[in-house]
Design a binder for this molecule. Structure first.
Ligand code: CA
Length: 222
């Protein structure tokens, strides 16, 4: 899953991004409201963690602009202020939840899980299921009827994307956007390599699930 952190306190932003990455998310970071809005408008994120007090454009303006453009990505507002008005304004502007600074990371992770779970992608126990094929977020393993195989981070992220969009063709561009980000110079060949690793791993646990190639377009899980 792909998250965006918009926070101008560089140390906090980088620490958050580090923690989220360790929890298997791919993360982009913006240090001001304008860059934050630019990123958020792409609509590729599964959740946005948005500070309110930001240079350039404050978090509430970013949020209003985003909702005006019909981007409905779940937004978790961070606020240093505990005033009730800020929270009300935030929720009125279309925030889904808020967290008052300082917060403990466990709580942030729980909120992010809850917000992304609304899309029905991850079950309560951290597992995703596709016709009995299970992807376990906690162990980074793929399992079929008691057989397990460990995945690398990129393999995990690709499989997560495929299971979240079952039986749909996922274009290669979308996989790159979601997992490597816009500015990356990942080649389509790189994805093919990861897909071939995943196919071998599916075979190794005898899972009757296939990653099909839609020639020239992308992949689908069948
Ligand atoms: Ca701030």
């Amino acid at each position: 899953m792909k998250l965006l952190v918009v926070e101008d306190e560089v140390q906090l932003a980088d620490a958050l991004s580090e923690i989220l990455k360790r929890n298997m998310y791919s993360v982009d970071t913006a240090y001001n409201g304008i860059d934050g809005l630019d990123n958020a408008l792409t609509g590729v994120y599964d959740c946005i963690i948005l500070d309110i007090m930001l240079p350039g454009m404050n978090g509430l303006e970013v949020l209003s602009n985003l909702r005006a453009e019909k981007i409905n990505t779940p937004v978790l507002l961070l606020t240093a202020r505990s005033e009730v008005e800020d929270k009300i304004n935030g929720l009125d502007c279309g925030a889904d939840d808020y967290l008052t600074k300082p917060f403990v990371t466990g709580e942030l992770l729980a909120r992010v899980r809850a917000m992304t779970r609304r899309k029905g992608e991850i079950l309560d126990d951290g597992k995703m299921d596709f016709n009995g094929l299970q992807l376990n977020k906690n162990t980074c393993a793929l399992s079929w009827q008691g057989s397990d195989v460990k995945l690398s981070l990129k393999e995990y992220q690709i499989m997560e994307l495929l299971i979240a969009n079952p039986k749909q063709i996922l274009p290669k561009e979308r996989i790159i956007e979601k997992i490597w980000g816009y500015e990356s110079d990942v080649e389509y060949n790189n994805i093919e390599v990861y897909i071939s690793f995943l196919r071998k791993k599916l075979t190794s646990i005898s899972a009757p699930v296939q990653i099909k190639t839609a020639r020239g377009i992308g992949y689908s899980l069948e």
